[in-house]
Design a protein around this ligand. Structure first.
Ligand SMILES: [Zn+2]
Ligand SMILES: [Zn+2]
Length: 262
């Protein structure tokens, strides 16, 4: 066996093992209910799961707890007992599951990676509640010495420095709005032009543009599918972190609606 063959085989076997283990875990709650472990001379479901599946007590307990938790949630229950969705993902979504949203959660769990599911659950939690208001008193603005000195000098002269700063902030916003209002022609390539990238950075900084997310942005996402629009229109672009980008593509999150609105 050469390196490539060995590696491929190892990855294949590893993935198969995880797949079969997930199916095994799904059967445990019912085996437990019917006390079938006794037929294999095991004193408990824990002994049975260890003997035949190499599972720890903790892993079995999680499956049994989820089974109980999903009593009134048929879609999630089905995802558990068929082994269609992993225990890890089910644990994450169990915290926010209700009869109203369980269908949506199962769909998300089917298509999203573990990392993205974590972000998805956090967003769902924050969906209903208002976004945390930034309180002026708790914000630390870092001004450098030159800016501090120059503002202080103006203040000494009785000049309204708040007005000066507000004017500068408003000017910045106007510039962004003007740039975004410019007509956008068809794109020559899939890559976002540097000029547009700079505009995105000017508007959103270096963070993900989802208002409740503070991870660094890693991609500029087209909220109108590029393949259809063939445009890099800044009104339909959103810098996103890796997880929100996966979510945006997987379940068409309404990225634009969740942006920071002032
Ligand atoms: Zn994208
Ligand atoms: Zn994000």
């Amino acid at each position: 066996m050469n390196d490539k063959e060995l590696l491929e085989k190892a990855v294949l076997f590893g993935k198969s093992a995880m797949h079969w283990r997930q199916l095994f875990i799904g059967l445990l709650p019912e085996v437990n209910r019917r006390k079938l472990y006794e037929k294999k001379n095991c004193s408990s479901i824990f002994e049975f799961a260890f003997k035949f599946g190499g599972l720890s007590e903790e892993q079995v307990r999680r499956a049994l707890n989820l089974d109980k938790k999903f009593e009134e949630l048929p879609s999630l229950h089905a995802a558990l007992v068929t082994g269609e969705v992993s225990i890890n993902k089910l644990l994450r979504i169990a915290a926010i599951a209700t009869p109203e949203n369980e269908e949506k959660l199962v769909n998300a769990a089917r298509i999203l990676s573990n990392r993205a599911i974590e972000t998805f659950v956090r967003d769902e939690k924050q969906n209903g509640s208002d976004k945390p208001e930034i309180e002026a008193k708790s914000v630390h603005v870092h001004l450098n010495d030159e800016v501090k000195l120059r503002l202080a000098e103006l203040q000494e002269k009785g000049i309204n420095i708040n007005e000066i700063i507000l004017a500068a902030l408003n000017k910045r916003e106007l510039e962004i709005a003007e740039e975004k209002a410019m007509p956008v022609g068809p794109a020559s390539s899939r890559a976002v032009p540097v000029k547009t990238e700079r505009l995105m950075e000017k508007e959103y900084g270096t963070k993900c543009s989802i208002s409740t997310c503070f991870k660094p942005s890693e991609v500029i996402h087209h909220t109108q599918t590029f393949a259809l629009s063939h445009k890099h229109d800044p009104n339909y672009l959103a810098p996103l972190c890796r997880e929100h980008h996966e979510i945006a593509h997987a379940i068409n999150l309404k990225v634009r609606e969740k942006r920071f609105q002032r």
